[in-house]
Design a binder for this molecule. Structure first.
Ligand SMILES: CC(C)(COP(=O)(O)OP(=O)(O)OC[C@H]1O[C@@H](n2cnc3c(N)ncnc32)[C@H](O)[C@@H]1OP(=O)(O)O)[C@@H](O)C(=O)NCCC(=O)NCCSC(=O)CC(=O)CCCCCCCCCCCCC(=O)O
Ligand SMILES: NC(=O)C1=CN([C@@H]2O[C@H](COP(=O)(O)OP(=O)(O)OC[C@H]3O[C@@H](n4cnc5c(N)ncnc54)[C@H](O)[C@@H]3O)[C@@H](O)[C@H]2O)C=CC1
Length: 718
């Protein structure tokens, strides 16, 4: 709702009240309309201030209302009522003015912002455009290029930048509401003719066509199939080419198109999913709201390779004191340089405070004796990690959390090496660890709720989105990757090429196809894991080479590794590169010839494989594993899996995540297609639909927020 009060005798104050972000719900919109009428009708009131309760102006339209039937006064007439007011209306912007909140502010005649406020049009991230005049008013106010930037990227600007751009009239370090009241008094009685943005002509730069062409190219490059950014460009184009009223009609038309799209539904689902994962629960009943994190001031990182360096940077930037340990002297000195470089780039590009003095380096593990938490990031080798955990358990002070960054080894086996297994938890960062937003917090059967809470909170302080997951081989992300990769290999055996598979996945929206990712991360990584699992046999050219443990196996990755083709690092992998370390993947005729030879050797006849088969086999195998993970209680809900895949594995956000996508396709359809492929490939267990998936499909494709009801029933019933 909105409260009305009278300040200093002549100022009518409208305060938005809808915690936590004063979103423009039906009640808030109704309140604003009613209170505006009241302020305009009271003769003593000479000007109006609009502000938000609890230091937040407004977080925009109430996203939770989008799925339901809209009630209350619409936003567009509301902003027109404010702009047309005969008394000056001043927006007092504290905290945030986002989306519809900024549109509300732009309809006011003046805007006063607190210096710590941020403003922006984040609608594009929800699959929408600013649909209450934002696309028509902003270019009129700040020009086309700046408006295009803000609206198509959704980036938030500081009050200082907003002042520079001309979005706000004044910035204050003092109380913005008091400043707005004073300002409102000072403009009482002044003409408002020049203050109504909708009446401004839209500036027409001479190179207008080129500006729009560039903007379209830019969004095509970065949007990866998302429709909202391009539609935002079209809406801004209408501001320049049409009179205001016609431009508003066009905005409405384009908004409706987006509003009813599957992409908007997916992005809005994802918005809430990313927030829902912080309300974690574990399979044995520990929960976010009953588990208290421990204080952590000083942390240690063991092993300063690729991951340890990024983790060190991330910890130091978050304000933790860090002891960084590396036993190899050469590695230690390289790591010091690399960490310094990362800190300096962070300071330069993102304004993160330089934190060199937060880090103490050592080549002895004894240096960790007084830390509160340790993150181990040594080689992925169980025997080595066990030794390190035994050492840590002996050296660290009592009560220290021992965390491992393993990509998939058994947390419980590591915990059993220590005197306090309840203090052991996985903190699985993603490379590069100082950039990637995802953290899988892996709890073992013995990890205490307090320890899970501490790791989750540490992640948050480091700017990560932390997702709590249970302990199993590969946890959630890497476990689901296995059937996806397997299908990609099998498709090569059956006649596809890496380029073809990658193209299908990139058209779907992945930033990179599976083979390009494999080249980037190094084929040797998976090879080492397969070797230690005993899967890589020296007889990989024999007839039994394509069967392991009774199931189909593709030795293609192993054969490439045997030939030294590790991907980008060696300049050859599934693709060729101009040199070792090269980044531009080019199709490799050698690889095509190799695949032909391989097929001939194994009696395989290449067939035409269409787009649909590539997509369905790769994605549905991955999705099926996701349902198995839910069934096993490794992830608490589909949101956890979706957030992991979007933030950690490049799943296109506008498709919501694999579990949401499965729901959109239709679970019955996913089951039907998996069964179809399983009939053709009976030796591939990953194609057998799991019982939870079947059960949900049979119960009529319930909406994704209802899946938990089925999952939480005793697992024996599945
Ligand atoms: C605001 C934030 C920056 C705060 O961040 P932080 O402090 O980190 O807190 P969070 O954890 O993120 O959030 C706390 C809590 O608040 C919830 N929440 C946040 N914002 C909203 C919101 N806008 N609505 C509802 N709830 C919100 C959040 O979910 C958390 O709760 P929890 O999930 O329970 O944990 C940050 O939250 C943020 O960035 N928020 C999003 C801001 C945003 O994107 N705003 C834009 C909203 S869209 C908008 O404004 C649209 C418009 O431009 C106007 C459209 C015109 C409307 C016309 C509609 C007419 C319909 C016509 C149909 C046409 C179809 C036809 O023709 O048929
Ligand atoms: N590289 C990646 O993309 C990811 C790796 N991981 C996991 O992170 C861990 C580390 O991986 P990377 O950083 O890639 O390995 P890396 O090979 O780059 O670095 C490992 C470092 O540990 C050091 N080391 C070995 N034994 C040590 C000891 N006893 N004490 C101190 N330092 C020691 C080595 O000298 C080396 O510098 C592994 O468990 C890996 O599975 C997790 C996520 C992603």
């Amino acid at each position: 709702m909105a409260l009305y009060s009278r300040v200093s005798g002549s100022v009518g104050m409208i305060t938005l009240q809808n915690p936590p972000v004063n979103a423009l719900s039906a009640a808030v919109r109704q309140g604003i309309v009613d209170m505006m009428h009241r302020a305009l009708s009271e003769p003593e009131v000479k000007s109006v201030v609009i502000c938000g309760q609890n230091g937040k102006f407004c977080g925009g339209a109430d996203i939770r209302e989008f799925g339901a039937k809209m009630t209350g006064p619409p936003l567009v007439p509301m902003v027109h009522l404010i702009e047309a007011a005969s008394k000056p209306v001043v927006a007092a912007i504290e905290g945030i003015a986002l989306g519809g909140g900024l549109e509300l502010a732009l309809s006011c005649h003046y805007r006063i912002a607190h210096s710590k406020a941020t403003l922006g049009f984040p609608e594009v991230a929800l699959g929408l455009l600013p649909g209450a005049g934002g696309t028509q008013r902003l270019p009129r106010l700040i020009g086309v290029p700046a408006a295009l930037d803000l609206i198509t990227t959704g980036r938030h600007v500081t009050a200082a930048e907003a002042r520079q751009l001309g979005i706000v009239d004044e910035v204050t370090d003092l109380n913005a509401v008091d400043a707005a009241v004073k300002f409102a008094q000072s403009v009482t009685g002044k003409s408002l003719d020049a203050r109504r943005i909708s009446t401004y002509p839209c500036p027409r730069p001479p190179d207008l066509d080129a500006i729009f062409e560039r903007a379209m190219q830019q969004v095509r490059r970065s949007a990866r199939g998302a429709i909202a950014p391009g539609t935002c460009v079209q809406a801004v184009h209408a501001a320049v080419t049409l009179p205001y009223a016609k431009g508003m009609e066009r905005e409405r038309e384009l908004f409706s198109l987006l509003f009813t799209s599957g992409q908007a539904r997916a992005l809005q689902y994802y918005f809430f999913a990313q927030r829902a994962v912080s309300r974690w629960s574990t399979a044995n009943g520990a929960r976010w709201d009953t588990s208290k994190p421990r204080p952590v001031r000083k942390a240690a990182v063991i092993g300063l390779g690729t991951m340890g360096r990024g983790i060190t940077v991330s910890l130091a930037q978050a304000g933790f004191s860090v002891v960084a340990v590396e036993t190899q002297e050469q590695q230690l000195s390289e790591a010091k340089q690399a960490v310094s470089g990362m800190l300096e780039r962070g300071a330069k590009r993102r304004g993160v405070p330089l934190a060199h003095d937060k880090i103490k380096y050592s080549c002895s593990v004894q240096a960790v004796a007084d830390v509160d938490l340790v993150i181990e990031a040594v080689f992925e080798d169980m025997a080595l990690k066990k030794t390190v955990f035994q050492q840590l358990s002996a050296i660290c002070k009592p009560g220290v959390l021992l965390c491992t960054n393993t990509s998939g080894l058994d947390i419980d086996e590591l915990a059993s090496q220590t005197q306090s297994p309840e203090l052991v938890v996985g903190m699985h960062f993603f490379a590069p660890a100082h950039v990637m937003q995802l953290l899988e917090v892996v709890y073992g059967p013995r990890s205490s709720p307090e320890v899970v809470a501490t790791a989750m909170q540490m992640g948050k302080k480091m700017g990560k989105v932390s997702v709590a997951v249970g302990n199993c081989r590969g946890f959630v992300g890497n476990r689901m990757l296995k059937p996806y990769l397997e299908q990609a290999f099998f498709l090569l055996e059956e006649g596809a090429t890496p380029e073809q598979v990658d193209q299908v996945l990139e058209e779907f929206g992945f930033a990179m196809g599976v083979f390009k990712v494999s080249d980037l991360s190094g084929l040797d990584v998976g090879w080492k894991v397969r070797k230690s699992d005993g899967l890589v046999s020296p007889a990989s050219t024999g007839t039994s080479a394509r069967i392991r443990g009774g199931s189909r196996y593709s030795p293609l990755g192993d054969l490439l590794c045997e030939r030294g083709r590790f991907g980008q690092k060696t300049g050859r992998g599934w693709y060729q590169y101009d040199k070792p370390g090269g980044r531009v993947a080019k199709p490799d005729p050698w690889l095509h010839g190799f695949l032909e030879e391989y097929r001939a050797q194994h009696g395989l006849v290449a067939r035409h494989i269409d787009h649909q088969e590539v997509l369905e086999r790769c994605l549905y195998a991955l999705i099926n594993e996701g349902f198995q993970i839910l069934q096993d209680g490794i992830a608490a809900g589909p949101e956890d899996i979706d957030v992991i895949y979007v933030l950690g594995y490049g799943w296109p956000r506008h498709r919501g995540g694999p579990m949401f996508y499965a729901g959109q396709v239709g679970l019955d359809k996913v089951v039907e297609r998996l069964e179809h492929y399983q009939q053709i490939h009976p030796d591939v267990p990953g194609l057998q639909p799991c019982s939870l998936l079947r059960k949900l499909a049979a119960s009529g494709n319930p909406a994704i927020h209802k899946w938990r009801e089925v999952i939480q029933k005793p697992r024996s019933q599945l």
